[in-house]
Design a protein around this ligand. Sequence first.
Ligand code: ZN
Length: 411
Amino acid sequence: MPGHNDCGLPPDLFAAACRLLEELTAISSASGDAAGLERAAALLARELAARGLEAAVSRGLPGREGLAALPVLVARGAGAGESPLLLIGHLDTVLPAAPPRRQDGRLVATGAVDMKAGFAALVGALDLLARRGVAPPADLLVVAVPDEEVAGELSRAAVASWGAAARALWVLEPGEPGSEPGAETLVGGRRGMFGWRLDAHGTAAHSGLHLARGRSALLAAARWCLAAADAPAPGAPAVNVGRLVAGDATFVDGLATAHAWLGTDRQLNVVPDRAVAEGEVRFTRAADGETAARRLETLAGEIGSATGTALAFSRGPTIPPVDPRGPQRPWCDRAVALAAARGWRLEVEEERGGISFPNFLPDPGRVPVLDGLGPVGGGMHTRDEYVDLASFARRIVLLADLLQADAAARG
Ligand SMILES: [Zn+2]
């Protein structure tokens, strides 16, 4: 395997980690496949138990009987109490498994990079620590959820409950290739978001006889959308206008049937008195989200008075961001230095776009979050999904180095 032992990983430990990853990916565990997920969780539980953690697989979450009863793996170190070091990932995959195969320094397998390799790397890291004669942090709490790929309630609930008091959250999701060959990323921040809606009411009028008496809700909403989505500065909140429906009120409010008017000349002689726009805003700091919401609301007032229409802006619940300048910053820097000491370049992604585990923390600003700790690869969610085995080796060492540094920092 090219590059596997230039980063401080003994070949026998690398071989064992690869075997485990092959075994894990050979088990089909698509979201919703309870039996397959149970087998994958049982295998991982056995491996973690063999390394001194108290591991158990249960159906659903204790005390949350309303949630799906899919297998959740929880493995605790002897000192995992109220505020553990929480390591989290998911065992479900989008596709059912195809047989794994090795090819050109890669393991091509279902869920290889997203994200069974993250768990296999953790097991490899525990082996490497044992080889060094170093104990991992005693308050380790490893949780593997079964429904991340379907934005499942167990994933959200697990992070919300175990993450609320955790002293840190480490996420075993994959990193990405970095800016130069051989470089890889760690996720230091994730954008948060909220959905929004604009309701516009104008005045209908016959376009042939009384055009000037009409107040077009369509034109007002379009103006608002253009202003709202105006090219943001780098790092500023990004507004996406996802939908704009406008026309006369019977068309917009009765769209389920009135959509048949599209392509006909029905109501084309009426100044449209109704419009609805919907979209979302993504941002890296909680305060930026609030500023963006205020700007959109102000715009609605201004454009409403300028056009003689009523524009009402409303927003949905906020999913909080992970601020890249948050409490994880020193840990990100430490990870970068640890990688450099092993001869490779780790870069910090400041704002990954997708909503993921850390966004479900009750307060992501309180908890140091190290995300994207897993190895890189490609073809996620496809039949060509693979993990780069050189990266797999690097991440095993990085995880071991981080766990060792954490244990040392805690004395
Ligand atoms: Zn994933």
